[in-house]
Design a protein around this ligand. Structure first.
Ligand SMILES: Nc1ncnc2c1ncn2[C@@H]1O[C@H](COP(=O)(O)OP(=O)(O)OP(=O)(O)O)[C@@H](O)[C@H]1O
Ligand SMILES: N[C@@H](CCO)C(=O)O
Length: 325
């Protein structure tokens, strides 16, 4: 469960006096998510989400994340909108943590997405990429090559506890990615964590995207690779070509992918798999037993990484042979 920081009713009521949200009628911690503490607030008006930002979110980045949600919502993407306080600020403090209130997005995330949902996700991802153009603030991706190296240094010594041989394998993978990472692909604001639990649906219709707290400036195609990893593999570790095809087609309906972007998919997917492997590995090794959070399995992403290593053509992701390399 992701409620790292508890709040008292008195502190919450005092915090809410700075917002024009009506009277608080109830609140509860939300069990899902692993990064921040989230609460659902009911007031005499609309339901709201209160987020307290935790360890992996830098306070200095919050104006980027909250400003981005405002920008995207104003440019046609369905996503939560941060509420300003009476002094105009989007960010406050509660229980010693930076805190913000955002609008509640209707819908549910899909436990078992199908190909038609992957198509919707592809479209929504491209819509976000297009909507993000013109957003003035910049945030380099802290979880790209340099960040991976830093994370790896913190876990490498204990990696073989998780699977023998991992230390050598990941060290070699990092060296490969350093040598082959693309230098010049179309880039802009990416979501960088568009997993099923961050995409809401009402029935089969996508109702919106949430959780922009890893958003940053990076290659658009890297975001596509993140989604292929997060949406198009089955529980048994196999890649679902139909889902991959649907996701890529949905994306390309809204924003074309260039030949360079398509050619780079396998290496970007390797990097993306390594990124989630490393954050999961770090959490696996450091989260204290008994913490109220469900740890995610790093080995799921190791399997994906190995799959991408064996790719020789982007046709294998579901791109039509006439446009794939
Ligand atoms: N704007 C919103 N509208 C409705 N529900 C929301 C909203 N924001 C968050 N939630 C709820 O809170 C849960 C956790 O939110 P979120 O994914 O932002 O947390 P996180 O800790 O950053 O998670 P993650 O592990 O995905 O990084 C969501 O699964 C959803 O149930
Ligand atoms: N989506 C991430 C967790 C949040 O960063 C994962 O599944 O590892």
């Amino acid at each position: 469960m992701a409620v790292y920081t508890d709040i008292s009713e008195d502190d919450l009521r005092a915090f809410l006096t700075q917002y024009d949200v009506g009277e608080l009628t109830s609140y509860k911690g939300i069990a899902e998510g692993v990064e921040n503490s989230n609460f659902l607030l009911h007031t005499t008006r609309e339901p709201l989400i209160l987020t307290l930002y935790e360890k992996r979110v830098e306070k200095a980045d919050l104006p980027f994340f909250l400003g981005l949600m405002q920008h995207l919502a104003a440019h046609g993407l369905s996503c939560p909108l941060p509420l300003p306080r009476s002094d105009g600020e989007l960010l406050g403090e509660l229980s010693g943590r930076p805190a913000a209130i955002i609008t509640f997005l209707e819908g549910m995330w899909l436990r078992k997405p199908e190909a038609r949902h992957c198509r919707e996700v592809g479209r929504a991802l491209a819509t976000m990429h297009v909507a993000g153009e013109g957003f003035q603030l910049k945030r380099p991706n802290a979880l790209s090559l340099e960040g991976w190296k830093g994370l790896w240094q913190k876990s490498a010594e204990r990696a073989d506890e998780v699977e023998p041989g991992l230390q050598e394998e990941i060290t070699e993978e990092l060296a490969f990615l350093e040598a082959h990472w693309p230098r010049d692909l179309p880039s802009g604001v990416i979501h960088a964590d568009l997993f099923p639990d961050n995409v809401f649906f009402l029935g089969d219709d996508l109702s919106g995207l949430i959780d922009f707290y890893f958003a940053c400036n990076d290659f658009y195609a890297y975001d596509v690779a993140i989604c292929l990893n997060a949406w198009c593999f089955e529980k048994d570790g196999s890649y679902n070509l139909t889902k991959g095809m649907a996701l890529l087609e949905g994306y390309r309906e809204v924003r074309p992918l260039s030949k360079e972007e398509m050619d780079a998919l396998a290496v970007l997917a390797r990097g993306s798999a390594l990124r989630f492997f490393l954050t999961r590995l770090y959490d696996w090794l450091t989260t204290p037993a008994g913490a109220l959070v469900v740890k995610k399995d790093p080995l799921e992403y190791l399997k994906k990484l190995r799959f991408h290593r064996a790719i020789v053509s982007s046709v294998e992701y579901g791109l039509a042979p006439d446009i794939a390399s």
